[in-house]
Structure formats: structure tokens, C-alpha cells
Design a protein around this ligand. Structure first.
Ligand SMILES: Nc1ncnc2c1ncn2[C@@H]1O[C@H](COP(=O)(O)OP(=O)(O)OP(=O)(O)O)[C@@H](O)[C@H]1O
Ligand SMILES: [Mg+2]
Length: 304
């Protein structure tokens, strides 16, 4: 049974760095860990300096990686809809809908739905194979917000199924085809089952942990407060904050010394604003974070 950790935060704050470092820490402790990126660009492949793709690959002892490409998943998703449609609708309508599906392929909503489906599939299928699953989210997709959806979607599916059942019931009365299984109903029931399963794991099962990355700056603090409050409104508590890029203590330069004083004020505000959260502090290091420096960052996750 896996513990599931999602990393969120604004663009460029250090989500990929933190989620990768956290994964390395768990793997070093002997836990079977799966690190999953939902961002095809500048991602865990770059940090770990190895090709990680659509299939789970071993990164090092106890650590496995996977990159989900939302665009690719969206095209599979649309293809599946086209297939399902063929069994239900007439050719004339299919042509019309196909045009609309082509447009849907590039819409962000489709990417999010496809991403959600893929994440749900991985969580449901791999839940028993790993001790920890860590998701590094993309800055543009509102991946964390997707987590608030399974409950809503389950209810929505239930109402669609009810409606469909009444239509199917009427058709049956008219055509007297009593024993044919309705394909639309089958699809709806399958999706409802998946939303139910994912909700059971993520929300009811307490297996989900959310972590937020931020830099010690004023705007970031305000935005994090808002994001945390929003998630908590949906009963998705944020367990820890990762404060990344903390400046060194001493500078022999007036400009940087002043910056450091300012940062201390912000660190203080963070501690006061989030009294119940675990705070993981990571220093700014003097190079980009790559294969040879990521283990250094993993050290800071010892308490986490
Ligand atoms: N503590 C640090 N010290 C030095 N460089 C860092 C630190 N944390 C992150 N970086 C660098 O900052 C850049 C952005 O970090 P990272 O990719 O982890 O952020 P991200 O939140 O995942 O970004 P995105 O929102 O684009 O996915 C990278 O080049 C990374 O190497
Ligand atoms: Mg990233």
C-alpha cells in the first residue's frame, strides 16, 4: 500500500527539485518509491540526467521514474472516445462530433481530464507495488485542484447514470429489446467505478499527502496562503511546506546582507502563518540541481 505525495507550487519554485530529492530520500531509506512527473518539459529526466518516459523505469536502488505527457494522454483519451462513439452513434453524427473532438484535442480541459485519468490509473494499478508514490506537478496544469474532483465527479456520474437509465427504460418499453446492454450506460458505470476507487484511496483512505514548495518572498507567501486555504476547503490538508532557496547566513557584501535581513522577516512570517505545518528548509546552492547535486538536497528531507 502506497503513501501518495503530491508536490505543488508556482512555476520555478523548485517542485521538481524537491519531489526528486524527497524520492531519493525515501529510496535511500529502503522504501520502494515511484516518482511521477506530470510535466513533459524541464522535468525529472533533466535533474536525474537520464531518459525517463511513458514506461516506468528503474532510476537507482528502490527508485523508479515515470513521465506522463498530458498531450499524448489527451490524444489516447480522444481516440478512446471516438472508438466508444462508433458503437453508439450514426455515421453522420460521428463526422460532426469528430470535428469537435479535433478541437477538443488541443484544449487545456482535455489535457487535464486525460491527466487525471492517467494519474488515477497509475494510483489504482500500482498502489500495491510501491511504498511511496510522489507526483511532481506541472506549473500550468492545476493538478492539485484535480484532486478535489473525484467526489464531485462521482455525484455527477450518478446523476448521468440515473438519467440514462430512464431513457434506456423508455426505449426498451418502445422497442421491446429487453436484454440488450446499453453501451452508454456501460461507459458511465465504468467511469463512476473509477472515480469511486480513486476517491476511496485518495480522500477516504488518508493515503494522500500534499506538500507545497515556495520561495521566501512576499508574493509567494500570499499565494501559498490562498492555495492552501482553497485545498483545505475541500478537505485536502497541506501537510508540509518546502521553503526553497534560502540564502546563506553571512555575506561580506552590503546588498546581499540586506537581502538576507529581508528574507529573515519572510521566514518569520511563514512560521507564523503556517503554525501547524511541517517546514522543510532548503538552502540556495551555487549551481543548478542535477544528478551530482540532487543527493545534497535529499539530505534536507531527513525529517520528512
Ligand atoms: N535550492 C536551490 N539552489 C539552487 N538552484 C535551485 C534550487 N532549487 C531549484 N533550483 C534550480 O531552479 C530551477 C527551477 O527549479 P525546479 O525545476 O525544481 O522548479 P519547478 O517548480 O519544478 O519549476 P516548473 O514550475 O517549471 O516545473 C532549476 O534550474 C533548478 O536547478
Ligand atoms: Mg518542475
Amino acid at each position: 500500500m502506497a503513501k501518495i505525495i503530491f508536490y505543488g507550487g508556482k512555476g520555478g519554485v523548485g517542485k521538481t527539485t524537491s519531489s526528486t530529492a524527497n524520492s531519493i530520500h525515501f529510496a535511500n531509506k529502503g522504501l520502494r518509491t515511484l516518482l511521477i512527473s506530470t510535466d513533459p518539459a524541464h522535468s525529472i529526466s533533466d535533474v536525474l540526467e537520464m531518459k525517463i518516459g511513458r514506461e516506468i523505469i528503474k532510476v537507482r536502488d528502490n527508485l523508479y521514474g515515470l513521465e506522463i505527457d498530458p498531450e499524448y494522454e489527451a490524444s489516447l483519451y480522444i481516440d478512446k472516445i471516438r472508438q466508444n462513439m462508433k458503437t453508439i452513434l450514426s455515421n453522420v453524427i460521428i463526422d460532426e462530433i469528430n470535428t469537435q473532438l479535433d478541437a477538443a484535442m488541443v484544449s487545456p480541459g482535455t489535457h487535464e481530464s486525460a491527466l487525471f485519468d492517467k494519474m488515477a490509473e497509475i494510483i489504482i494499478e500500482k498502489f500495491d507495488d510501491y511504498d511511496v508514490m510522489i507526483f511532481d506537478t506541472a506549473p500550468t496544469g492545476h493538478t492539485l485542484r484535480l484532486l478535489t474532483l473525484p467526489g464531485l465527479l462521482e455525484d455527477w456520474m450518478a446523476s448521468l447514470i440515473k438519467k440514462r437509465k430512464s431513457i434506456v427504460g423508455m426505449n426498451k418499453m418502445l422497442s421491446k429489446k429487453y436484454d440488450e446492454k446499453d453501451p452508454v450506460l456501460e461507459i458511465l458505470e465504468k467511469r463512476q467505478k473509477r472515480f469511486g476507487e480513486i476517491k476511496k484511496i485518495l480522500i477516504d483512505g488518508n493515503d494522500l499527502t500534499l506538500r507545497f514548495v515556495l520561495n521566501p518572498e512576499q508574493l509567494a507567501i500570499e499565494e501559498t496562503k490562498k492555495a492552501v486555504a482553497q485545498l483545505e476547503k475541500f478537505d485536502l490538508p497541506v501537510e508540509a511546506l518546502i521553503i526553497n532557496r534560502i540564502l546563506p547566513e553571512e555575506f561580506n557584501n552590503e546588498f546581499w546582507q540586506k537581502k538576507k535581513e529581508q528574507e529573515k522577516v519572510y521566514l518569520d512570517i511563514i512560521e507564523k502563518s503556517f503554525p501547524n505545518k511541517k517546514l522543510i528548509k532548503i538552502p540556495l546552492i551555487d549551481s543548478d540541481i542535477r544528478k551530482n547535486t540532487i543527493d545534497l538536497i535529499a539530505e534536507y528531507f531527513k525529517e520528512a
